[in-house]
Design a protein around this ligand. Structure first.
Ligand code: DAH
Length: 366
């Protein structure tokens, strides 16, 4: 055997037997590195006569190529084996419980909105939405609150400097009532919707924040009367507070968009008589709590929204979602709702698994 054949047999055997990537790399350097034995032989080509080179050139080139190919092949084998070995040790037991990890919670406002959607879905209501950046026509005018109407001034409205393409002033909606208009204009009659969402007023203390939440209710159909309103609110509040002894008191009131208008107080009855929800019900005159505004939709509002008020009637109501949450779950400062304090959220938040359902009770489980 020539020296070259010796070198080749030696190289290929050792490459074939290299146990791991590090050993293989050492061999690559030994043979093909700058100072490597095969690289050294390649350099001798320059000193050969043309005749010698013609014979030695192809032999050395072949040796170099074969060695490089052998290293590449061995490298693939080693890498495959290493991957197999790693996969064999890395097993994943899907039956193990999930590791402890920080969990988010559902904000009481979201939870109550889900409860409302669940309760009203059962009564055939769907959920409607409208923009928080409104125009004054939807927020006021179409709700029978003309430019000069004194009720407008009571709303502490945030106005934008701009007007829209119809020349209407833009504002942050002060209530969810404009969704009544948008729903009538868009879907016509009949209608059964609730519209939960954010509303804005320039007002701030322990029970008022510049942003808060309301839910609007609207039913438009033929032959709707006050009895439907009372039954609907009673059914809703019994389901929401999860008690059968809820009693309502309807007081005459005034809202521009309803006629007649009623303010609804709620209380509950026990053996001692009427008590305020969560309050000092034994004190005389303390048995009722003012909860929501409602009434029969004013015929003018129905006409503003483009429906025939001779054919269609309805009722509407509006209630503060934050207030509902405070009453049901016992918080006393509204401002804390929007502080984003982790401790408050941990305490008052709900598990994402706590989906309100009518069958299991819409209230949260302990
Ligand atoms: N939009 C009223 C408010 O913000 C609440 C309200 C009262 C809504 C009576 C209604 C209603 O739909 O009929 O203060």
């Amino acid at each position: 055997m020539t020296d070259l054949e010796h070198l080749k047999t030696d190289a290929l055997t050792r490459i074939e037997n290299a146990p791991d990537a590090a050993a293989l790399e050492a061999l690559r350097i030994e043979f093909l590195g700058k100072q490597g034995s095969i690289s050294g032989l390649m350099k001798t080509l320059g000193k050969m006569t043309p005749e010698e080179r013609q014979i030695q050139g192809p032999l050395l080139n072949g040796l170099r190529t074969e060695t490089a190919d052998a290293i590449a092949a061995r490298k693939a084998v080693i890498e495959d084996a290493e991957l197999e070995a790693r996969l064999a040790t890395e097993s994943l037991d899907l039956t193990l419980p999930a590791p402890e990890a920080p969990k988010g919670s559902v904000h009481p406002v979201s939870q109550v909105m889900d409860e409302l959607a669940e309760i009203f879905a059962d009564l055939g209501f769907s959920v409607a939405t409208g923009p928080e950046i409104e125009d004054e026509w939807h927020n006021f005018t179409a709700l029978n609150m003309a430019e000069t109407h004194p009720a407008r001034a009571m709303h502490d409205t945030f106005y934008f400097p701009d007007v829209d393409s119809d020349g209407r002033r833009m504002l942050l909606r002060t209530h969810t009532s404009p969704v009544q208009i948008r729903s009538m204009v868009k879907q016509g009659a009949p209608i059964r919707i609730i519209a939960p969402g954010r509303v804005y007023r320039s007002d701030s203390d322990a029970t008022h924040t510049p942003m808060f939440h309301q839910v609007e209710g609207l039913v438009i159909d033929r032959d709707i009367h006050l009895g439907h309103l009372k039954w609907t609110l009673e059914t809703f509040l019994k389901a929401f507070f999860e008690r059968e002894d809820i009693v309502l008191r309807l007081r005459p009131s005034y809202f521009p968009f309803t006629e007649p208008s009623v303010e609804v107080d709620v209380g509950w009855q026990d053996v001692n008589g009427r008590r305020v929800l969560g309050g000092d019900g034994d004190a005389p005159g303390h048995g009722w709590m003012e909860l929501l505004g409602s009434g029969m939709v004013n015929a003018r509002v129905i006409e503003f929204a483009g429906l025939d008020a001779q054919e269609w009637q309805g009722f509407a109501f509006g209630v503060g979602v934050d207030r509902l949450a405070m009453l049901k779950y016992g918080m006393d400062d509204l401002r804390a709702f929007f502080d984003g304090d982790q401790r408050w959220l941990d305490h008052y938040g709900f598990s994402p698994f706590d989906q309100p359902t009518l069958s299991a009770g819409v209230g949260a489980k302990a």
